[in-house]
Design a protein around this ligand. Structure first.
Ligand SMILES: [Fe+2]
Length: 201
């Protein structure tokens, strides 16, 4: 399942920094400085928005809680563009330097358990893993549809999922595994993404 970038550790940051997170401005500045690739930035904004909406609508978190989820989505691939060999060690180390809450780093570290060797544990970890690849496939599908996201249906997405040649770099195994680990039916994840992702530009 893709490349191995094992982190070789399972704990991140200092528990004393619990509750310490970046401001929205700081996170966006980091995103724009580290990620010149507009498509990758869009991917992270999409995942961030899905995380924020899930935190609000399904986890009933307050605004501060929603922002934690959103931030982990916003930065999860921040180092992919310029330092693919150090993904996701580079961003984790940066956030450790900035004394950020370990839970944020853990979510980023576990967004690809078969790449980084860290299992998703919290609900935030699991949803980041669940949204990452699936939202990418759904976005790719929107780009090949004349009307983009408009009128997109669950059955169309499922057809693309079965079609191995479509967005072939998106791991179907990881999508299934992430849905299993989060204990959220794949259909529910797809419907949630279809509903929210078009709002992100
Ligand atoms: Fe990603």
């Amino acid at each position: 399942m893709g490349s191995l970038l094992l982190l070789g550790r399972n704990t991140f940051g200092d528990p004393a920094n619990k509750g310490n997170i970046l401001t929205r401005e700081e996170a966006l500045t980091l995103l724009h400085e580290w990620v010149p690739n507009e498509r990758l930035r869009l991917h992270m904004k999409q995942v961030a928005f899905l995380m924020q909406r899930w935190a609000a609508e399904k986890e009933y978190l307050d605004e501060a809680g929603q922002w934690r989820w959103e931030m982990s989505g916003l930065l999860h691939d921040a180092d992919w563009d310029q330092w693919p060999d150090e993904h996701c060690n580079k961003i984790i180390t940066e956030l450790e330097k900035r004394n950020i809450d370990p839970e944020i780093m853990h979510a980023i570290a576990s967004h690809g358990p078969y790449h980084f060797g860290v299992d998703p544990e919290t609900a935030m970890d699991k949803m980041l893993y669940a949204f990452d690849e699936l939202s990418g496939l759904i976005h790719a599908y929107s780009l090949m549809r004349p009307e983009g996201y408009k009128g997109m249906e669950l059955k169309g997405v499922k057809k693309r999922l079965k079609e191995k040649s479509f967005a072939a770099n998106v791991s179907r195994e990881e999508i299934t595994d992430a849905s299993d680990r989060a204990r959220i039916a794949l259909d529910d994840l797809i419907n949630f993404i279809i509903l929210h992702q078009p709002l992100v530009h």
